[in-house]
Design a protein around this ligand. Sequence first.
Ligand code: 5GP
Length: 238
Amino acid sequence: MKTIAEGYTKVILEAENPGQIIMRFKDTASAYHAIKRATIAGKGAYANRISARLFGLLADAGVENHFIKLLSDNEQLCQKTDVLPLRVIVRNIAAGSIVRRFGIEEGTAFKTPVYEMNYKSAQLDDPFMNSHMAVAMGFVSYDEMEHISRLAHRVNEVLIKVFADCGINLIDFKLEFGRTADGRLIVADEISPDTCRLWDKMSGQRLDKDRFRRDMGDIIEAYREVWKRVCGESDENK
Ligand code: 5GP
């Protein structure tokens, strides 16, 4: 299988069908634009399975996305798309960079979700961008920007409920979008503890990549806990 692209945490491989790709999740953890890196045995499999389950639930809720099926512990088959060079961040509760940038106390609940967008560029430190810039730079049209906003809003609604049902507060998360061969924008990439902040409802325990970013330890235990609660009985292969 030919490699199409390789990042810090995933490899994108060609699939038999040219309209599809295989995403292989690695056991690497990376933060702060890969200044901090580590290998964490088993992380790739948990991220793969959690992401597969969440994308499946999003599809059930009518949110079109690139996921097709799980192939193995570390691999999933996805629709091939042209991924936009931007990230949408959705925040329900203040944590991470918004705390530093705006001086908001960590744990403050927002009255309505905060939607942010940034331009994917490690060299430029992922600068903030707004919808006018995304249109001006030729990435999307205003209609597509509206579609992205609606998708982000709906994903948040669905995921808040999925996580709440398993005793987890969805603090924030990152979304990526891909353009299909026939021009539609759909949700792409990954949704897992690598791309979300997830706090246990009862204890407030961090169940996400912050355990790695902040040297809190027990990273794989946290990912396993999310996998157990989100995938549970439905994950027959593990
Ligand atoms: P923050 O802006 O607070 O660093 O991140 C907000 C949310 O988006 C967090 O859940 C974080 O994990 C996710 N996020 C933001 N940028 C990235 C990124 O480049 N890679 C990954 N995996 N997640 C990101």
